[in-house]
Design a protein around this ligand. Structure first.
Ligand SMILES: *[C@@H]1O[C@H](CO)[C@@H](O)[C@H](O)[C@H]1NC(C)=O
Ligand SMILES: *[C@@H]1O[C@H](CO)[C@@H](O)[C@H](O)[C@H]1NC(C)=O
Length: 405
């Protein structure tokens, strides 16, 4: 506003100055100089003022273009948001419809409860059935022997291969001794007695029995005149052979067996058979239970499975095992051979526990066992020890907890 007033005022000043100059006084010259200086100053300020105005205008322009930019971004965001909202609401709609559909399909609560009750009933029945079977095994035999120590070692003979198994028929009245040398063969040797087997002069057996199939591994057993063994080239077939005439009378497949060696230190044996006071057993390692040992009670007549127990005993570093009164004792060693120890046991009656019984050492002898068989009558272990046939005497104690059950 003042910018426009100033030029008019200046013009009138100049006219005045012209008339004063003509008077020619020195005082007037001084006033003129003063006025000229003022004029220059005012011009300078005017210039500055103009420059300022230009820069403010520029800034205003910049600002407004920035704001326009923001506005367009906002517009884009808003349309994006709108399309999001649309799709969410569409999905919500669809979900609601699906929920409705499902609600119509799901049966009412009472139906579900009925089915659950039925299932529970079935499970209880199955459990009862298993308990009955277990109880039967317990009642059949009053058995109260527990191992307390592996006492002494007797080396009976050195015959056959490095690997093999030998044992007496554990049924009463039988003195016969059997020898199965090697991990794959079909000829079993029968001796009249331990004495005739041990004789170093007469090495010839009473009888060499030809079996209908080759055997595999070292887990065989003779019981009541029948040989039970793992048929070679099958994963898990157990054959029962009548030793009077060498004919197979029965066979079965042991569920779950055949995928792992029973004992990691005896890699050729996939099935181990055992006899104790309660009867015939099969031992195998099951990969589904982390390679732990599983024991199965078999009917010695029909080979039918009576019951199966999963034990916590591992097969790694094990070299053998035997059963005594329904308790599994697992023998461990090292790859290099050494002093065998019993470090894990499993009692089917749950009266003896691994953590209560100390590690049991075998008498000092630095070798390895390819088979160990317990004879419930003799209370002795028949072992194949690196080609030697040995006998361990064991010390037992009464496990009175079984009696009190
Ligand atoms: C099978 O066993 C018999 C008797 O122990 C033995 O004479 C024979 O050499 C064995 N056969 C093989 C192939 O090892
Ligand atoms: C083998 O012996 C058993 C018992 O003596 C008999 O029942 C069976 O018939 C015999 N088998 C053959 C093939 O002779």
């Amino acid at each position: 506003m003042s910018g426009r007033v100033v030029p008019v005022f200046l013009l009138s000043l100049c006219l005045n100055v012209g008339s004063i100059q003509s008077q020619g006084s020195s005082q007037d010259a001084f006033v003129i100089q003063y006025l000229e200086r003022r004029l220059v100053q005012i011009e300078e300020r005017l210039n500055q003022c103009e420059q300022n105005t230009v820069s403010v205008t520029q800034k205003t322009y910049d600002l407004s273009s920035e704001i326009r930019g923001y506005l367009s971004i906002l517009g884009v965001l808003r349309s994006e948001m709108k399309s999001h909202m649309d799709s969410v609401s569409m999905r919500l709609d669809r979900m609601e419809r699906e929920l409705e559909y499902l609600e119509n399909k799901i049966p009412t609560q009472s139906d579900i409860e009925m089915e659950e009750a039925l299932l529970e009933q079935q499970i209880k029945a199955a459990e009862l059935d298993q308990l009955n079977k277990k109880a039967q095994i317990q009642v059949e035999n009053d058995c109260s022997t527990a191992l307390s120590q592996v006492k002494s070692l007797k080396i009976v003979k050195k015959a056959g291969d490095i690997y093999g198994s030998w044992f007496k028929d554990p049924s009463e009245q039988s003195a016969k001794v059997y020898l199965l040398s090697g991990i794959h063969n079909d000829t079993l040797l029968e001796y009249a007695s331990l004495q005739s087997f041990a004789e170093r002069t007469t090495t010839s057996p009473v009888k060499a029995i030809q079996l209908p199939f080759h055997w595999q591994g070292t887990g065989h057993i003779v019981y009541n005149g029948f040989l039970y063994y793992h048929k070679a080239d099958t994963p898990n077939q157990i054959v029962k052979v009548d030793l009077l005439n060498g004919t197979a009378v029965d066979s079965t497949l042991l569920p779950g067996a055949g995928r792992l060696p029973v004992y990691s230190l005896n890699p050729n044996t996939y099935l181990d058979l055992a006899v104790d006071e309660l009867g015939l057993w099969a031992i195998h390692a099951d990969p589904e239970f982390g390679g732990n040992l599983v024991i199965t009670k078999l009917d010695k007549g029909t080979l039918a499975v009576e019951y199966t127990w999963d034990t916590q005993c591992r097969s790694r570093d094990a070299e053998g095992a035997f059963l005594m009164c329904g308790t599994l004792y697992v023998v461990y060693n090292t790859h290099y051979g050494g002093r065998s120890t019993i470090q894990c046991l499993y009692d089917i009656h749950d009266t003896i526990h691994s953590n209560e019984s100390p590690v049991m050492f075998f008498p000092k002898r630095y070798t390895s066992h390819s088979s160990i068989h317990y004879h419930p009558g003799d209370k002795q272990l028949y072992a194949w020890d690196d080609g030697y046939q040995t006998i361990y005497k064991v010390e037992t104690r009464r496990n009175d907890q079984v009696i009190s059950e």
